[in-house]
Design a protein around this ligand. Structure first.
Ligand code: PMP
Length: 405
C-alpha cells in the first residue's frame, strides 16, 4: 500500500501555496510533477557529468554514454520490450507519432490507402496522419465512440479493407479517461495484417504496460507525463519495423558513413536518433521510471482506482454536474461541466482557491464535437492526490455554483 503522506514529500512543488491555499494539483493529464530524484539527478548531471554522448573518447563522454545506454535499458525493462534497440528516444509522444507517420508513411502509404484512428484521439494522434494523408492522397477512417466514451468495437471489423495500412489508437483517452481494450484491438488488426501504433501518453503512468504481451507494433509516450523531464519521449518499435523503415530525420549519429556520393545509415536505435538528442532528459526519465518501480505499479493502480471511485461518487452528488466519460474501465480523469456555467469561469474560480484543473478541449476537439460541447473542466489525478483534495475540489465546485447562480 502506498504511503501518500510520505510520497508527497518526494514532490517539492506540491508543498507550495497558491493564492494562500495549499496547492491542489489536478492537471496531471497535461503534465506531472517531478520527484526529487529526477530533479536531483538532472542537477547532478549538469553540475558534474555533462558531456556529449557517443562522440568522445574522453572520460566524461564515455561515462555519460554508459549512463545514457543504461537509461535505454531501464525503459526497455519498464515496457518489457525484447531488445533495448527497440527503444528510441524522441522529443515526446508527438515526436514519436510524427516519426512513424513520416517514416512508415514514406514506405508504405500510397494513394487511396487507409489509416484507422479513433474518435477519441488527442490531436497528436490525428494531425500527423492527416498530414500524411494529404501528402499521399490517402484516407483517414474513424472508429467512433459511444455515449459513455467507449470505442464502438463492434464497428471495427467493418472498417478494415484491403487498403488499410495502419491503425493508430490511444491506450487511454486524455479527455474521457477511457482505457481501451488495446490488446483485443491489436489482435483484430493483426488478423488483417495491419500494424498498430498505440499512443500510451496517458496510460504509462497509471499501470503496467507490457508491449510484448500487447503485441503492438509501436508504442509511444512522453517523459513529462510519467514524472520525468520535459522534452524527452519514447518510441518503442518492433525490431522488424525499425529495421525496415527509413529514417525520419537526417544528421549526426544516425549515419554510418557520409560521402557526397552516398550516405549509409546507422543501426537501430541510432538510425532514428539524429543529432544530439536530449540525453540528460533520457537519464532523468529513467530515474522517474525507477521511482515508479520502487512504489510498485500495481499499488499505484490500486490507489488511483480508489480515488476514481471516491471522486466519481462525490462529483455525481453535485446537482447539475455532468461527467463526460463513464467507461467501465477508466483512469482517474474527471471531465465534466456544470450546467449553465462556462468551463473557463469555473476554472478561474477554482484557481483562486488553489485548485489547478484544465479547461477547454484538451487537444481532442473531435471528442467535444461528438458530445456537442465546447470544452470541459478536467481534473486529472495522480497517485500523489488524496481524497481530501477531491473534497476540496467538490467544495470549490459548490462555491462556483453559488457564485454563478
Ligand atoms: N497523446 C495523448 C493521449 C496525450 O494526452 C498527449 C498530451 N496531452 C499527447 C499525445 C501529446 O504529448 P506531448 O505533447 O507530450 O508530445
Amino acid at each position: 500500500m502506498l504511503n501518500i503522506v510520505e510520497i508527497r514529500k518526494d514532490f517539492p512543488l506540491l508543498e507550495q501555496k497558491v493564492h494562500n491555499f495549499p496547492l491542489v494539483y489536478m492537471d496531471n493529464g497535461a503534465t506531472t510533477q517531478k520527484p526529487r530524484i529526477v530533479i536531483e539527478t538532472i542537477k547532478q548531471l549538469y553540475s558534474q557529468q555533462n558531456s556529449s554522448i557517443h562522440r568522445g573518447v574522453h572520460f566524461l563522454s564515455e561515462q555519460i554514454t554508459d549512463i545514457f545506454e543504461n537509461a535505454r535499458n531501464t525503459v526497455k525493462e519498464f515496457l518489457n520490450a525484447g531488445e533495448s534497440h527497440e527503444i528510441i528516444f524522441t522529443s515526446g509522444a508527438t515526436g514519436s507519432i510524427n516519426t512513424i507517420a513520416y517514416s512508415f508513411g514514406e514506405k508504405h502509404i500510397g494513394p487511396e490507402d487507409e489509416i484507422i484512428v479513433s474518435e477519441m484521439e488527442h490531436h497528436a494522434n490525428i494531425v500527423p496522419w492527416q498530414m500524411l494523408c494529404e501528402r499521399k492522397r490517402a484516407k483517414l477512417i474513424i472508429l467512433p465512440i459511444d455515449d459513455n466514451g467507449e470505442l464502438q468495437i463492434d464497428r471495427l471489423e467493418n472498417l478494415f479493407s484491403r487498403k488499410t495500412k495502419i491503425l493508430a489508437l490511444t491506450h487511454v483517452s486524455n479527455t474521457l479517461g477511457t482505457i481501451n481494450p488495446v490488446k483485443k484491438i491489436i489482435e483484430i488488426a493483426h488478423t488483417h495484417n495491419v500494424p498498430v501504433l498505440i499512443d500510451g501518453a496517458q496510460a504509462i503512468q497509471h499501470g503496467t504496460v507490457d508491449v510484448r504481451d500487447l503485441d503492438c507494433d509501436f508504442y509511444v509516450f512522453s517523459g513529462h507525463k510519467v514524472y520525468g523531464p520535459n522534452g524527452i519521449g519514447i518510441l518503442y518499435g518492433k525490431e522488424k519495423w525499425l529495421e525496415e523503415l527509413p529514417p525520419y530525420q537526417g544528421g549526426g549519429d544516425m549515419i554510418k558513413s557520409v560521402t557526397f556520393k552516398k550516405t549509409t545509415y546507422n543501426d537501430i536505435p541510432f538510425k532514428f536518433e539524429a543529432g544530439t538528442i536530449n540525453y540528460i532528459g533520457a537519464i532523468g526519465l529513467s530515474k522517474a521510471l525507477e521511482y515508479l518501480n520502487r512504489l510498485g505499479k500495481q499499488d499505484i493502480e490500486d490507489y488511483e482506482t480508489k480515488l476514481l471511485k471516491y471522486g466519481t461518487e462525490k462529483l455525481n452528488e453535485i446537482e447539475g454536474l455532468r461527467i463526460y466519460g463513464n467507461a467501465e474501465n477508466k483512469i482517474c480523469i474527471f471531465s465534466f461541466l456544470l450546467e449553465g456555467i462556462h468551463q473557463y469561469d469555473a476554472g478561474m474560480v477554482l484557481d483562486k482557491m488553489g485548485i489547478a484543473v484544465r479547461t477547454g478541449t484538451h487537444c481532442a476537439q473531435p471528442v467535444m464535437d461528438r458530445f456537442g460541447i465546447q470544452g470541459t473542466i478536467r481534473a486529472s489525478l495522480a497517485f500523489y492526490n488524496t481524497k481530501s483534495e477531491i473534497d476540496r475540489l467538490v467544495q470549490g465546485l459548490l462555491k462556483v455554483k453559488e457564485m454563478f447562480h
